[in-house]
Design a protein around this ligand. Structure first.
Ligand code: CA
Length: 238
């Protein structure tokens, strides 16, 4: 964790209905730090220190997302992915050691949705969690529809309309819009947007500016607002 706690807070703000995140991590101090960070960011964390405990809490709490360390004391973390996948499509974000490339690939092949390399920053982690939750919502087929002004973003159908007309967006423009729509009325930091749209490999902020420019031309200046030096916001006009 190389970010202060206020970084995570400022950008996610209040969540009306907190998502439950199951943390399976045997490192006690990291587990506690993750719980505190997620709680501060508006999630409801549930902590487990072993694979067995993780699967028990998984059955009990039916979490919206699982944050899974692969190096667990009682079982191989990869087998936990298989077990969770046998029970459904709950998004899994794997915590992976930086030098464990092969394991990371295997985790994704087994059905993990994403991975975060240790050590990680708070903002990147939160961005990956939000992206994972978004995919989970889509997988469940009960996706929300975000409406602001005459713009309608249907996350389930992946359809965007403005004043009733369908908008043609590129995949990256759409991903960017979804991240902003899920944080309607709140500024999302440049870094969080880059991580959410381009993933852990990141991208230059110039890319972000280009895509925001394209998206703004389609949505209209009033909807996509720049918060200079901080990030971008989809204005809540309803
Ligand atoms: Ca571990």
């Amino acid at each position: 964790m190389d970010d202060g706690p206020e970084d995570g807070k400022a950008e996610t703000g209040d969540a009306a209905d907190p998502a439950t995140v199951l943390i399976v991590e045997d490192d006690a101090s990291l587990n506690a730090a993750l719980s505190a960070t997620l709680k501060a960011a508006g999630f409801r964390p549930v902590a487990a220190r072993t694979a067995a405990e993780g699967l028990r809490w998984f059955a009990h709490y039916a979490p919206d997302l699982v944050l899974l360390d692969l190096g667990l004391p009682d079982r191989d973390g990869l087998s936990v992915i298989t077990d969770i996948r046998a029970r459904g499509q709950t998004p899994i974000v794997v915590l992976s050691a930086r030098n464990a490339e092969a394991m990371k690939v295997e985790a994704l092949d087994l059905g993990a949705d994403d991975y975060v390399l240790k050590p990680f920053g708070v903002e990147e982690l939160l961005a990956r969690l939000r992206a994972g939750l978004r995919h989970g919502v889509q997988a469940r087929g009960s996706a929300p529809v975000v409406t602001t002004g005459d713009l309608v973003v249907d996350l389930g159908l992946r359809r965007v309309t403005k004043a009733g007309e369908a908008l043609k967006l590129s995949p990256k423009e759409y991903d960017l819009l979804v991240e902003l729509a899920l944080n309607l009325g709140r500024t999302v930091s440049h870094r969080a947007l880059l991580a959410a749209v381009w993933g852990s490999e990141g991208a230059d902020i110039q890319y972000l500016r280009v895509y925001v420019g394209q998206l703004r031309a389609k949505l209209g200046e009033a909807l996509l607002v720049s918060d200079p030096g901080v990030g971008y916001r989809l204005e809540d006009l309803k």
